[in-house]
Design a binder for this molecule. Structure first.
Ligand code: TXA
Ligand code: MG
Length: 314
């Protein structure tokens, strides 16, 4: 077996968390049956306890062991999209601690599409809970270097799996009575699941009617360390001037967050570009989006992250 998998398991045993690569973003992980380490996740991320963690598994069987119900549609979604960027929210099994679920009676489970992390979970033979490996509210990490900038090797073992392929966090779907509820948009889109929903007689809805608590739901999230202004349908020059005016700053202090016109590439590079642009000695950054992009589900997920990361929108 690879040394880094053994070293990761040793790290857990010595009281450290393990930064895990996934296809979406890096996670900061602990075995679900280690309450001390689970608490350490919240402590070093400075994350409030009301924000529940996703449980990562290496098989459908393992996911089932975390849930008190596993409806047929869950099985179908898992078979179709796992390993992959999809988190399913289901009623939790009794052994899943309240710290992981923030006291909710549901749990989020996901099987990530990343060889090393799957090997770690399978070797441990137990699920691991992991939020994204960034300080609470800040930009998510898509390379191990991003994680190393925010956390100390005294607290975290760094498992390097290269650059994340998808680049934005998993789609979160809560499975309710005849409803698939999208709590967070991501690379698995409503179009992707619509035929399964139809076959099982489920409706697709977005957001939460009750009050949730989901990650993206928090307005200021994914924030870079200088203000980000989201501007629709302008040339970069106009966008920069508009943003500068609103911020009472000079246009020369603006830096453009220029995204690819291909949403797959834009998602993959979003967070690393945000970090790069934040280092360019500007006083603010701006991003120009064409409003017609909203018709595309992956762009919609990217715009969701940009909206939450932005100080304001013009
Ligand atoms: O792609 C991802 O999902 C990444 C990688 C590491 O797997 N993880 C991630 O974790 O984005 P995090 O903690 O940054 O966002 C997970 C969100 C939480 O903020 C939480 O609101 C939501 O998932 N969540 C977890 N359990 C939930 C539950 N039982 N009900 C509703 N939302 C839940
Ligand atoms: Mg996060």
């Amino acid at each position: 077996m690879k040394n880094e998998i053994i070293d990761s398991i040793k790290a857990y045993q010595s009281g450290k968390l393990v930064a895990i690569p996934t296809e979406t973003v890096y996670g900061l992980s602990a075995p679900i049956d280690n309450p001390k380490l689970i608490e350490k996740i919240f402590a070093i991320k400075e994350r409030p306890f009301f924000d529940p963690l996703i449980v990562h598994v290496s098989s459908i069987e393992m996911a089932k062991s975390c849930c008190s119900q596993w409806p047929e549609i869950a099985d179908e979604l898992a078979k179709s999209f796992w390993p992959g960027p999809l988190t399913l929210i289901l009623p939790k099994a009794a052994h899943i601690q309240d710290t992981i679920t923030s006291g909710l009676d549901t749990v989020g489970v996901r099987c990530p599409n990343q060889r090393k992390t799957l090997e770690l979970i399978a070797t441990l033979n137990a699920p691991i809970a992991a939020p994204s490996a960034n300080k609470f509210g800040r930009t998510s990490p898509t390379s191990i270097e991003h994680v190393k900038k925010e956390f100390s090797p005294d607290d975290v073992y760094f498992l390097d799996g290269g650059v994340c392929d998808v680049g934005i966090e998993s789609t979160i779907i809560k499975i309710e009575d005849k409803v698939l509820r999208f709590l967070r948009k991501g690379a698995i889109t409503s179009e992707n699941v619509s035929s399964i929903a139809k076959r099982f007689g489920f409706e697709i809805r977005f957001g939460d009617d009750q009050k949730i608590e989901a990650p993206g739901q928090i307005k200021h999230h994914y924030m870079p360390n200088i203000p980000l202004i989201l501007v629709y349908d302008q040339t970069p020059q106009n966008a920069c001037e508009l943003a500068a005016q609103k911020l009472n700053l000079k246009a020369q202090d603006g830096r453009e967050l220029a995204l690819s016109t291909d949403p797959v590439i834009a998602a993959r590079t979003l967070y690393s570009k945000m970090r790069e642009v934040a280092q360019l000695n500007g006083k603010f950054m701006f991003v120009v989006i064409e409003s017609r992009y909203k018709n595309d589900s992956l762009w919609d997920a990217i715009i969701d992250r940009l909206t939450r990361a932005s100080t304001f929108i013009c």
